[in-house]
Design a protein around this ligand. Sequence first.
Ligand SMILES: Nc1ncnc2c1ncn2[C@@H]1O[C@H](COP(=O)(O)OP(=O)(O)OP(=O)(O)O)[C@@H](O)[C@H]1O
Length: 313
Amino acid sequence: LEPVTVAISIAAVSALSGYLTYSDFFSCRFSECCKEDRPLNVSALKLDLEKKLFGQHLATEVILKALTGFRNNKNSKKPLTLSLHGWAGTGKNFVSQIVAENLYPKGLKSNFVHLFVSTLHFPHEQQIKLYQNQLQKWIRGNVSACGLSVFIFDEMDKLHPGIIDAIKPFLDYYEQVDGISYRKAIFIFLSNAGGDLITKTTLDFWRAGRKREEIQLKDLEPVLSVGVFNNKHSGLWRSGLIDRNLIDYFIPFLPLEYRHVKMCVRAEMQARGVAVDEDIVTRVADEMTFFPKDEKIYSDKGCKTVQSRLDFH
Ligand SMILES: Nc1ncnc2c1ncn2[C@@H]1O[C@H](COP(=O)(O)OP(=O)(O)OP(=O)(O)O)[C@@H](O)[C@H]1O
């Protein structure tokens, strides 16, 4: 059989079985497809988070629930907004990548996933108005092309106050704004703001002899939202997004311990296709620095420099 005949037969069978429409088959085969109505593969996302993300039981649980609920709800009243907080190298970008890959096979490289980095895209304080206009245009254009667009804002703590409020109308409970519905879009904010509050709570649990897995969202989420709202350097200082309850979840990323750093080293070795050597794992983990000064429990940079350190061994 010729490839064309095979393609047509597969398309016809798929269309008949209701799995894909005929035009879907061709458009999705030859260019990337906007997956607005496709259900999320919940077990794949769960497996990814549980296998790949270390030491973040709260983030794993909340992200899984939030995405599943949102994607299964055919009548969502607003876009999904997640605000991820935590110390450097604790997995915020890593999780965004996992989420993106579970929505679109090309992940962060997908045409429907957009990453904004504050210091790169919005560097000058004097140009806030310009950035606000550009941001609105960019989001409007992309959501009109694909409802299930994903927008990731990295370095929120370095974003000049007020910029993010430009997207408030898109995050609100409107059916449409100027003829466009934003209700299927996903907004993810990443920030180091609140990292100190998260560390303090995690440390309190540790000092009280309690397991970190006992920390619940209610121990952190309220402190986090208030802390971020009152922090001039959070990107969400006095933000209407918090005021109007437009952020669905504040998700804490806990500081990583020595054992988590070791897990990151092992994962990196496996990703490089080399056999895991426990001596090297220990040596790389021992090279990292830990805080607080006395107890030395949490890695200063999380797992961030693990990859480059591994190159030396
Ligand atoms: N909790 C984790 N589980 C597994 N790997 C992790 C985790 N945290 C970090 N890593 C590894 O470290 C790398 C750097 O982490 P990542 O970029 O996600 O940190 P971040 O929290 O976004 O930091 P920053 O706030 O500095 O941007 C990731 O690509 C991943 O390989």
